[in-house]
Design a protein. Structure first.
Length: 195
């Protein structure tokens, strides 16, 4: 057993998950301590800025009903070299990929609570083993990126916005292009990708 305690901050606004995650960690790992449990990004930043030693942050992504504000905090913590594991009930591919792009070292769904201990050890040891909850999304993104290499930058912009459900008229406004140009790029990416 490691004689050095691993200090964890749990960032979670739901009391049910606060209690269950903390109890599980305390019960299963003598050398991992949940030293702070907070429910909003302001408290996270306050604790970090006070110079408290945190080895790993378990980060919920939707805090106090704000839309994905946890991802914003992951990015801030990543710049401070603090290892963060996204711990959430969201399982949308875009959100999973965005978490990693923002600096998360792993992504675990709250229903996989029994894998948290191993993920904490891996984070501390610098072994970024991607959890099964995130692997599918990352593989899909890699395949999509390979496919998109065939497109020009303009075609990629149109493709990505169309995939998000934006109509051509809105895409034209967002990209400061004419509707005819957007239609041309849309037709071109569809042809190249056999869509």
């Amino acid at each position: 057993m490691n004689t050095k305690n691993i200090n964890v901050m749990l960032v979670e606004d739901d009391i049910f998950w606060q209690e269950n995650i903390s109890k599980y960690i305390e019960k299963e790992a003598d050398d991992i301590k949940v030293v702070f449990t907070v429910d909003c990004k302001e408290k996270v930043l306050e604790i970090i800025n006070e110079g408290n030693k945190i080895d790993v942050v378990l980060m919920d992504l939707n805090l106090t009903e704000a839309n994905l504000d946890g991802i914003e905090i992951i990015e801030i913590l990543s710049k401070k070299s603090i290892k963060t594991i996204a711990l959430t009930s969201i399982n949308q591919d875009e959100v999973i990929v965005e978490s990693f792009e923002s600096g998360a070292v792993n992504y675990i769904n709250k229903t996989s609570i029994y894998d948290i201990i191993a993920a904490i050890y891996q984070a501390v040891e610098g072994r970024n083993q991607i959890h099964a909850d995130a692997a599918g999304a990352l593989l899909s993104r890699m395949r999509e990126e390979k496919k998109l290499r065939r497109l020009t930058d303009s075609e990629k912009e149109v493709y990505k916005l169309e995939q998000k459900g934006y109509p051509k008229k809105d895409i034209a406004k967002r990209l400061y292009k004419t509707i005819d140009t957007i239609k041309k790029h849309s037709k071109s990416w569809r042809k190249k990708l056999n869509a």
